[in-house]
Design a protein around this ligand. Structure first.
Ligand code: NOJ
Ligand code: CA
Length: 602
């Protein structure tokens, strides 16, 4: 099963390929979901926390969310038209993947102008309207900032490649090629005799160096050749990008998700990377990205970006690919002066329902002292519904995963469609592939189209996304898994998300409580307390396909109560209360309950 694209940022070749799980069966009948005991009160104000620590973030891939003008591609007015839906769901901030002008080689991650909107998505006025309408509903906008590279159609690069003396030449990474001994003897001057400056390969296949005949040098690209890497050792690049952030903050955005931060710097001496055994999906040698990823210089850039962000009370979210928890810890900054929200992909990469693996990673990220950021899906990773699903209990499993990461201490970032159970829909043939990495790596790498399919609004044609055929086919499960149908069904994944997010916004222990792991040797049932002063919430998740028993003695945690008052559960028999000393848990079930007052008061 395909893991995060990020695994490759670290060690090319450790990215595993195996067939996608068999298509899921129709969902098995689920027990009626008990209604959350929610308070109608207004959301609790941050108790010493920043706004982003209490917020629920939601990633939108704009091509695929809602198409307002029926050209088959989603757009900004489409997002604006769905703000009420997002509000009702419980979303506080939306991160929109790049919607700047772009040739769309990498669907927006190849930016040709950082201070405008691509016409396929609308105009700056459409952006302002989205921003204002969002503000009225308390929904903030987070932009995606592609720092590592631009499009080859950006004016900076067009100028850079025009001559060796151009103003922007040193904004990108240009080097002479190597001349092999054999070619040195041959007729000189033809590009064929040159070798790239070193052995680095692109994450997206082939050499990371592209020869440019006009000026007879190579430029470096960690991603596609149409995405030349900026030279972050040039102070002018730094200033230009810092200005871009000011420009958007002044327009009202509340922060940025920083793309591929680990890729910003390369070893200036261009040492060859160590080669590993085997080949990747593109036929390139596997390689450890030792000299071109996660170099220490990135931290200085992040400190600079953070200083500006702080002036605007803005948040910086990082696409932080890390090998281990120490690397992740560094992204918070020694003095908490870098990223407020580096995503923990070590958590995301646990793709089995494994309580021991989740416990270990949660403990590790908590131990960093940084505020955890949890993600279970995004536009580069196989859909969570399919990745965690077993093909039989996928709806129940989707609720278990929500029950986990939306009740942990930290900030969650949802991926659009996760809340209705959109399933993976990989292209059926090479000809159908849109993502260039799928064309290049087929059939081993099918690309990322499967996790980017249109949002499923209704069970009608094109899932209500567009009146014409969408740019990608909708997932096969849209007839059962769509917003309109799930809003009507009290047992749906969507209703579970709504109730869970409402609870998260109003329960102080879930917002601010510490995390105390319980029954840590249980291989099937994941359980913990969220404890805030005299209050505690007990979360119990049966991650197995069998019924399980669980027993809790909460005295050591300061709670003598033998019963919990139910806040939300998938088990109807526990809809009001549950005895905690002997619980019987249905397969793939969720129990969330309040534990009354501390032992000393009982
Ligand atoms: C990471 C993004 O999430 C991915 O979609 C993109 O292709 C690369 N960075 C390059 O910008
Ligand atoms: Ca459109």
């Amino acid at each position: 099963m395909r893991k995060s694209i990020l695994a490759l940022f670290l060690v090319a070749g450790l990215w595993g390929w195996s067939p996608i799980l068999a298509q899921s069966q129709p969902p098995a009948a689920q027990p009626k979901q008990a209604k959350a005991a929610q308070s109608e009160s207004t959301p609790i104000e941050a108790a010493g926390h920043q706004w982003w620590q209490h917020a629920v973030f939601y990633e939108i891939y704009p091509r695929s969310f809602a198409d307002s003008n029926n050209d088959g591609i989603g757009d900004l007015p489409g997002i604006t038209s769905k703000l009420d839906y997002l509000k009702q769901l419980g979303v506080d901030a939306i991160w929109i993947t790049p919607c700047y002008p772009s040739p769309q080689v990498d669907f927006g991650y190849d930016v040709s102008d950082y201070e405008d909107i691509d016409p396929i998505y609308g105009t700056l006025s459409d952006f302002d309207k989205l921003q204002q309408d969002g503000q009225q509903r308390g929904i903030r906008i987070i932009m995606d900032l592609v720092l590592n590279h631009t499009s080859d159609q950006h004016q900076w690069f067009i100028d850079s490649r025009s001559s060796r003396n151009s103003r922007h030449r040193d904004w990108y990474i240009w080097r002479d090629g190597k001349t092999s001994p054999a070619s040195a003897n041959a007729a000189s001057g033809t590009p064929k005799q040159l070798q790239p400056p070193n052995n680095w390969i692109s994450l997206f296949g082939g050499s990371a160096w592209q020869y440019d005949p006009k000026t007879k040098q190579y430029y470096y690209h960690f991603f596609f050749p149409q995405q030349p890497d900026l030279n972050w050792r040039n102070p002018a690049v730094r200033e230009a990008m810092f200005d871009v952030t000011r420009w958007w903050y002044d327009r009202g955005v509340s922060g940025f998700r920083l793309d591929a931060v680990g890729a910003l710097f390369e070893d200036p001496s261009l040492h060859d990377n160590p080669i590993l055994p085997g080949k990747n999906a593109y036929g390139d040698p596997n390689m450890e990205n030792k000299y071109n990823f996660n170099l220490p210089e990135v931290h200085d850039v992040l400190k600079g970006l953070r200083k500006i962000a702080d002036r605007y009370d803005a948040v910086l979210i990082g696409e932080t690919a890390t090998n281990n928890i120490d690397q992740l810890e560094q992204f918070y900054g020694r003095h908490n002066d870098e990223l407020q929200m580096p995503m923990d992909f070590l958590f995301t990469d646990i793709d089995k329902l494994s309580p021991p693996a989740f416990r270990k990673q949660i403990a590790a990220v908590n131990a960093t002292g940084g505020w955890p950021v949890y993600v279970i899906g995004n536009h580069d990773i196989e859909r969570s519904y399919t990745r965690y699903g077993d093909g039989k209990h996928n709806d129940a499993i989707a609720k278990v995963m929500a029950g986990l990461y939306l009740t942990l201490r930290g900030t969650p970032i949802m991926y659009y469609g996760e809340e209705i159970g959109i399933e993976q829909n990989d292209p059926k043939s090479k000809a159908a592939v849109k993502d260039p990495i799928g064309k290049l790596g087929w059939p081993y790498e099918k690309g990322r189209d499967g996790e980017r399919t249109p949002m499923q609004w209704t069970d009608k044609v094109n899932a209500g996304f567009s009146k014409i055929r969408p740019w990608l086919p909708v997932s096969d499960n849209y007839r059962t898994h769509n917003v309109a149908s799930e809003q009507k069904d009290p047992n749906s994944i969507l209703r579970f998300y709504e109730e869970l997010l409402a609870l998260r916004h109003t329960n102080q222990a879930l917002l601010d409580g510490d995390y105390v792991a319980l029954n840590e040797n249980d291989p099937n049932v994941m359980s913990y307390l969220r404890r805030y002063k005299d209050e505690a919430v007990l979360v119990v998740l049966n991650m197995s396909a069998e019924p399980q028993k669980a027993s809790f003695n909460l005295l050591p945690q300061g709670f003598s109560a033998q019963e919990a008052k139910t806040l939300l559960t998938t088990m109807p028999e526990m809809k009001d209360r549950a005895g905690v000393s002997a619980m019987t848990l249905a397969p793939f079930s969720v129990y969330i309950g309040e534990i009354a007052g501390p032992a000393t008061h009982n």
